[in-house]
Design a binder for this molecule. Structure first.
Ligand SMILES: Nc1ncnc2c1ncn2[C@@H]1O[C@H](COP(=O)(O)OP(=O)(O)OP(=O)(O)O)[C@@H](O)[C@H]1O
Length: 309
């Protein structure tokens, strides 16, 4: 695996992540997640049907696809918030299929949600403290040694303040989370996820509802996770963001992985445009919802940019 400098000011992309031709299910040089035959149905609907998927370690992978492709369902499965009908997967070489979310998080795989889960009636600092792992204050043995508990509390608070400072939320530590803007809540959620010192951070639509003033800051924080050695997997509809920061892109449609590759390869792949058009093939393009149209236009723009280079 190697890194190469991008265009002026562009983030440094990780390359050489895969073995062989980039295609759905392609093997990775150093995968952090390896998943096989994952299916999840809701009644008669097959929401996820992934034969094989590997997520490269130490890189930023984007999971994209049209609405209803199964991205969030796959996220929920991989993080233990939902159970599959079939399937097995490993995280860092350990089988974790079907184990509950709090255990997945303890192993170093954390996630944020599309709609932020900051607890509005807790302060920003208390939200952060909830993200700490391995708190031993509750256990009886530790309760018998309160000095130990206090020391641990202090360490947790120090880490929380350090992270809040990094995310420029330290001045708000005593405010209720409910008073934060949408973008600030996203930052708080990301900061809280880092409390448990994860090795894999999964972000579900990190840019949704974020005011443009905070967009760059969020992007920088995501890039920073990689610099610090973490792996990032994120779901996003914003193709500019995908192109800008993703080292690798996995495309889902109708529950399956339909393409994989680096952002430029993937966005030039006709199967991907097809996936976005999907069931709308017979429709007048003017009837498509604006999200689909924007995504298709951005994919096409990427092609045009490529042609210029
Ligand atoms: N709890 C559920 N009960 C019934 N159907 C569900 C449930 N969760 C998801 N689905 C269905 O599964 C399919 C995949 O949904 P999912 O939310 O995973 O897609 P997505 O790719 O994340 O879409 P979006 O980009 O719109 O968030 C959709 O058809 C959705 O309606």
């Amino acid at each position: 695996m190697s890194s190469s400098a991008g265009a002026q000011g562009a983030p440094i992309k990780s390359t050489g992540l895969h073995i062989g031709e980039p295609a759905p299910g392609v093997k990775k040089v150093d995968p952090i997640i390896v998943a096989d035959n994952i299916t999840r149905t809701f009644g008669g609907l097959t929401a996820v049907q992934v034969e094989h998927l590997e997520i490269p370690r130490g890189a930023i992978t984007a999971l994209i696809g049209p609405n209803g492709a199964g991205k969030t369902t796959l996220f929920n499965l991989l993080t233990g918030f939902d159970k599959p009908d079939t399937g097995e997967w490993t995280f860092d070489g350990q089988g974790i299929s079907g184990i509950p979310a709090f255990k997945v998080a303890r192993k170093g795989q954390v996630r944020t949600f599309q709609l932020t889960k900051a607890l509005g009636l807790l302060t920003v600092l208390d939200n952060m403290k909830l993200g700490a792992k391995g708190q031993s204050g509750e256990s009886l043995a530790r309760a018998l040694f309160p000095w130990f508990w206090r020391k641990q509390e202090q360490a947790i608070e120090e880490r929380a303040i350090e992270l809040l400072t990094r995310f420029k939320l330290d001045a708000k530590k005593d405010d209720y989370a409910a008073s934060l803007s949408g973008g600030q809540r996203k930052l708080l959620e990301m900061a809280r996820a880092l409390m448990s010192e994860p090795s894999l951070v999964m972000l579900d639509e990190p840019m949704a509802g974020v005011n443009p003033a905070l967009t760059q800051s969020l992007l920088d924080h995501i890039l920073d996770l990689k610099t610090q050695g973490m792996t990032v997997l994120f779901v996003e509809h914003d193709m500019h963001m995908v192109r800008h920061i993703a080292d690798w892109v996995v495309v889902m449609a109708e529950g399956r992985v339909v393409a994989e590759g680096d952002p430029h390869e993937v966005m030039a792949n006709p199967a991907v445009i097809d996936a976005y058009l999907g069931s709308h093939h017979d429709e007048d393009l003017g009837n498509l919802d604006t999200g689909v149209m924007t995504a298709i236009k951005e994919l096409a723009d990427d092609d045009a940019d490529d042609d210029k280079h």
